[in-house]
Design a protein around this ligand. Sequence first.
Ligand code: DP6
Length: 336
Amino acid sequence: MAGFADPDHLIMSVRSAAARAGANIALVKYWGKRDPALNLPAAGSISITLDALQTQTRLEPDPGLAGDLLQVNGQDLPSTRVSQVLDLMRALAGGGPHFRVSSRNNFPTGAGLASSASAFAALVVAADQALGLALSATRLSALARRGSGSAARSLFGGFVEMHPGQAESGDDAVATALAGSEHWPLAVVVAVTDPGPKAVSSTEGMQRTMQTSPYYPAWVASVEQDLSEARAAILGRDFQRLADVAEHSALKMHASALAARPGLLYWNAATLLCMERIRTMRAAGTAVFFTIDAGPQLKAVCLPDDAAAVAAALKAIDGVGQVIVSSLGAGAEVLA
Ligand code: DP6
């Protein structure tokens, strides 16, 4: 019988597959882990999925390979984290060949623009298809989390909540959809102040904050309150309330990182000018707020009608290069 124990059958039934996923931007930040090995977050987070910042990933099975090969934007890269996730998925399939993985981002990679989030979400969706697993989005979210915590959220579109879970296995540390993009079509304006790769990765920055920042316990203890405020603001489409809690969460995350030893300073001069500009615009009546991740880019969230004005204001700032305007997008999906 040609069952799962037959390696030839296994390899023949594995096919090429491709998937796409959008980056996501957290409005209530994830910063710290309860279990680094399983990559379980210490607290929940809430994000929006973007449609303009995309990763497309193609998997080609190749039984002749001794290990998975990874290319990102045409450049060969070490495949360690990608292989770890693919190993988990091959195990679920009862085995499977190595893959040539080629991934393309249409935005600067590794510069605090959440490229790992869209990359691992696209990877697990493509691998699910290639291996014929047909896993639920929830299970794929847990697998994407093993690659990068924020990737668990890019499985879903619109407004998304990541749950820290309680199980030791981490099976309940998954994201769920909070509301679709049609619920509240916000716009995001990304001001790129430095297109180069970031100096300290999120993983390393979180670890240093957990180990050395006296503010880390206060940060973790306060996330639950921010989550309930953000949830209520999103469900009630209350922009002022969302602006207030999202800026609070971002600044508090950075405050905890700044207090690490040595301190983590992800901003540059242009980031600060952007923050000031957004606050001035808000004081003058534009519904807009900012958020910043583990890099110097600033992301402004506003209503679609104000996106052009916000983009023009940020573009005029000394040190701002590319400005990307995005609406909210769909969750990760298979490409034909
Ligand atoms: C600041 O998901 O990149 O963007 O799980 O270690 O891969 P790892 O971290 P990652 O961290 C994202 C941190 C953040 C905030 C957020 O997206 O919630």
